[in-house]
Ligand binder design. Structure first.
Ligand SMILES: Cc1cc2nc3c(=O)[nH]c(=O)nc-3n(C[C@H](O)[C@H](O)[C@H](O)COP(=O)(O)OP(=O)(O)OC[C@H]3O[C@@H](n4cnc5c(N)ncnc54)[C@H](O)[C@@H]3O)c2cc1C
Length: 827
């Protein structure tokens, strides 16, 4: 145990590949006042026994960049750090057994051009040219990734540790962290066996122990440790005789990876049955460089399937079995970024493919810590996507499920059934009875569309069986009135004497000056990148109501509460669970609401972008004349328990309101007029917002871009002397954007843009789509894309978007496809 300093800028708990990868990249960023504390030896947790594969194939744009960074860095580590690394650049082939998987291959193949790795889709007969021993029964295609490889995990970890040490990082081995305390000064005290360290930032990279370490400070770290095995055969003559190393195969039939290892074959199955979590009652602190007892019985069926796929595997006797713990999370993404609560506590945990991801995760987390934002969109990794609703039981069930589906293809919209019905609004059963197809978002069940056939959704990368029903939902909103339960909004009350000044200092847009005013506003990083988007309503002087997306609940609460200065008289209250929301939108929405309220709904009395607190059907409601679908309409925010009353009144399905709310409500008892109300879901909302060119937070607006680059200048008030990110926004405006958001009409045929599709001009790659949908009322397939600014400025550039296996022509639209003058909103 070596001496440690009493103070450091950063303390990292855990010397696995994740902690070490971060230390190295913090040092490269210039932060070397860093102490990494490891209770055993470096890699002695999960890292030492990993199979070391580093694949490129995956469906996430951001994660692909993380993978690519690792495969590019690892072969270069000897030159960069002076430490040897055994990189095997053997390539990889993933097999597709279904048409859905083939579509997925095309989607990922198109994305590979943007990410920058070489990939080819192989016909079954071509696969054997790359892997002569493989049986290709049932295989429809192969996805060849030329620069995949595998590496000894200890090599790369030690090389990055050497690099970090050279740059000044302190690595304290055989020293256990025994406690973490948040100090009144805002700093953190990390207690270790070798003494205490006071630091600005503490990073929990404790691998299988991350939940235990998190609990010391009340942090809920939703991970489960899954028992995973691989087996290695004796050397085989056939492999000794071939000159080149065979590519790593990933096979959904045997749910396994299969590769060469010291002239034998290594097979690692992700079993769909029998898989379970380990260490549920905690792990002994002295568990170090150990294997867990193997469970061969549960592996046998999968190893048999692997033998069918690769008969050579069955020829070699098993030489060794490796069985250890891998951390999984409920949604399969790791937890990388700020933990909920006071600033300075970071998570780098829950990593399932950590050897591959260690370098990239370290690089982008280091950027986030040092610069306030990473170069890539980190939303899907942000630990604050989980709230306390992610209970231990939910985490266990969903993490086991994640492990079991490591080789499953999830087409757009498809979600697992494990861990569902966690957060439901009081309307859940009513919507279910109407055919709602639910999606889980931030634990909530939210309706995507309404299926009247009872068949459920047939998931696809192409337009699915939802397409025609969603057309009907959209047209009902455009021509009549639609109703949507959007209670999943994150909702905050911000109040106090300094509330207005506080919000003006925090957000780029100016706060409304009049009671009832509504603005769309953004929180930016100091570098001017977009962190959050909220709809802000001034209810009264010093009283504001803020709305954000479902997954942003904890993040935005923290951004607001942590943004307050000492002494500032501002209270921030998260009322997400207490309030529910119904969206009533469409040209007949005024007619509908007028039956249930005595409030004057006329445009002159209640203009667009204003709000009032009124009674509707006897229910006290915050009614905001605003919506995300581009129609006359109101968002009705009410106490969650009153939502059924409002819903029943508006849909005409209400029973006696008297008994529901316990008092007489004369207006609600008037007959409901002949205004048929159509329920709509998020699929329709997405189509409708695309017609209006409304950006999506998290897809079109991310921490990668400024408000200038996302063409959202009208939401920036540079007249204000101060707001976070002001100087950088001004600089972005003056220097001109690096990239610019364009709104596209695409000649799509049977599949629309999902986001992540490459855009070409004259055959040259010029940008990437970020979202898309079919606009039913305008008859156009629409998309947003970030393009080179010169292309956006050009008159009529010749554009093509690669959707699955086709390039489709596209044109830039200079105004919203639907109602560009906002006449419908002002009706
Ligand atoms: C059988 C198997 C095969 C695998 N194959 C692959 C593969 O092919 N490719 C791939 O990318 N990934 C693979 N993995 C996954 C990979 O091993 C993990 O994702 C990765 O090692 C996680 O790294 P980590 O740094 O988060 O955790 P760990 O390596 O477990 O590091 C955490 C460290 O924190 C230390 N620690 C904990 N608490 C404290 C404390 N209080 N004080 C001080 N130190 C503490 C621990 O001692 C440990 O060293 C495999 C895993 C297994 C089990």
């Amino acid at each position: 145990m070596s001496a440690i300093p009493a103070h450091a800028r950063v303390v990292i708990v855990g010397g696995g590949i994740i902690g070490v990868g971060l230390a190295y990249h913090l040092a490269l960023e210039g932060w070397s006042d860093v102490v990494l504390v490891e209770k055993g030896e470096l890699t002695s947790g999960s890292t030492w026994h990993a199979a070391g594969q580093c694949p490129h194939f995956n469906g996430s744009f951001a994660l692909s960049k993380i993978h690519l960074y690792g495969t590019q860095l690892y072969p270069r580590l000897p030159e960069l750090t002076g430490q040897a690394v055994s990189w095997h650049g053997c390539g990889g082939i993933r097999l597709a057994l279904t048409d859905e998987e083939v579509d997925w291959f095309h989607h990922v193949h198109a994305m590979s051009k943007l990410i920058g790795y070489e990939a080819h889709i192989l016909a079954p007969e071509e696969i054997r040219q790359h892997h002569p021993f493989l049986e290709t029964f049932g295989v429809k295609a192969g996805f060849l990734t030329v620069t995949d490889g595998h590496v000894a995990p200890a090599d790369v970890t030690n090389a990055m540790a050497a690099g970090a040490r050279k740059l000044g990082t302190t690595i304290s081995r055989r020293n256990r962290v025994t406690g973490i305390t948040h100090l009144p000064s805002g700093e953190w005290r990390v207690s270790t066996q070798a003494g205490d360290i006071t630091c600005q930032h503490v990073v929990n990279a404790a691998g299988s122990y991350a939940d235990v370490v998190g609990a010391w400070t009340g942090h809920n770290v939703p991970i489960a440790n899954m028992l995973h095995h691989y087996v290695i055969t004796q050397p085989l003559r056939e492999l000794i005789d071939i000159e080149r190393e065979l590519p790593v195969v990933r096979d959904p039939y045997s749910h396994s990876y299969l590769r060469e290892e010291t002239n034998g074959i290594l097979v690692g199955p992700y079993e769909t049955s029998g898989a379970h979590a380990v260490f549920e009652d905690g792990i002994a602190w002295d568990f170090e460089s150990e294997l867990l007892p193997p469970e061969l019985d549960r592996l046998t069926p999968w190893l048999e399937k692997a033998t069918e796929r690769l008969p050579l595997f069955g020829k070699g006797g098993i030489k060794s079995i490796v069985s250890g713990a891998i951390t999984h999370t409920p949604d399969g993404n790791f937890l990388l970024g700020p933990a909920p609560g006071p600033p300075g506590y970071w998570l780098a945990a829950g990593v399932s493919i950590g050897v591959c991801q260690g370098a990239g995760a370290g690089k982008y987390l280091a950027e986030w810590m040092v610069h306030g934002a990473a170069e890539i969109n980190m939303a899907e990794f942000d630990p604050r996507r989980f709230g306390n609703w992610a209970t231990k039981e939910y985490t266990r069930v969903t993490s086991v499920n994640d492990y079991q589906h490591m080789y499953a293809c999830l087409p757009p919209g498809k979600q697992h059934e494990a861990g569902r019905k966690l957060r439901m609004t009081p309307l859940h059963d009513r919507l279910a009875a109407a055919g709602a197809q639910f999606q889980q978002v931030a634990g909530w069940e939210r309706a995507r569309w309404f299926d009247r056939t009872g068949m459920g959704e047939a998931y696809s990368f192409r337009r699915g069986n939802w397409f025609e029903p969603v057309r009907e939902e959209c047209m009902a909103v455009r021509n009549g009135v639609g109703l949507m339960d959007l209670s999943t909004f994150s909702k905050y009350d911000v109040s106090g004497l300094d509330a207005e000044a506080f919000l003006n200092r925090m957000f780029a847009n100016a706060m409304p000056r009049r009671d009832g005013g509504i603005v769309l506003a953004h929180l930016l990083t100091a570098g001017g990148r977009i962190e959050a988007e909220m709809t802000i309503t001034r209810l009264a002087e010093g009283r504001y109501y803020l709305l954000s997306g479902a997954t942003a609940q904890i993040r935005d609460l923290d951004l607001l509460t942590n943004g307050r200065r000492p002494g500032e008289r501002v209270t921030v209250e998260d009322i997400t669970d207490a309030y529910g929301t119904l969206v009533s939108a469409g040209p007949l929405s005024r007619d509908l609401l007028s039956v249930h309220t005595s409030a004057n709904l006329a445009h002159a009395a209640w203009p667009w972008l204003t709000a009032k607190e009124i009674e509707i059907a006897g229910v006290k409601t915050r009614a905001l004349r605003v919506n995300y679908v581009g129609e006359l309409g109101w968002e009705l925010h009410t106490q969650m328990h009153d939502l059924p009353v409002l819903f029943e009144a508006l849909t005409g399905t209400g029973i006696n309101h008297e008994t529901v709310v316990g008092r007489l409500v004369p207006v609600a008892q008037r007959p409901v007029p002949a205004v048929p109300v159509t329920l709509f879901g998020t699929y329709a909302m997405n189509c409708l917002r695309m017609e209006k060119a409304y950006r999506g937070m998290g897809s079109d607006l991310t921490n990668e871009v400024t408000l200038i680059e996302s063409d959202m200048q009208r939401f920036v008030s540079l007249d204000k002397p101060e707001f976070t990110g002001r100087a950088a926004t001004l600089a972005s405006k003056q220097a001109g954007p690096r990239t610019l958001l364009a709104y596209l009409e695409v000649d799509a045929v049977d599949a629309d843009c999902l986001g992540g599709e490459p855009v070409f001009s004259g055959g040259r790659l010029v940008g990437v789509t970020t979202s898309g949908a079919y606009g039913f009322s305008v008859g156009k397939s629409l998309a947003f894309a970030y393009l080179e600014p010169g292309i956006v400025a050009a008159a009529g550039p010749d554009l093509e978007v690669q959707i699955l296996d086709h390039r489709r022509r596209a044109r830039i639209l200079r105004q919203p496809a639907y109602d560009p003058a906002n006449a419908r909103l002002r009706a």
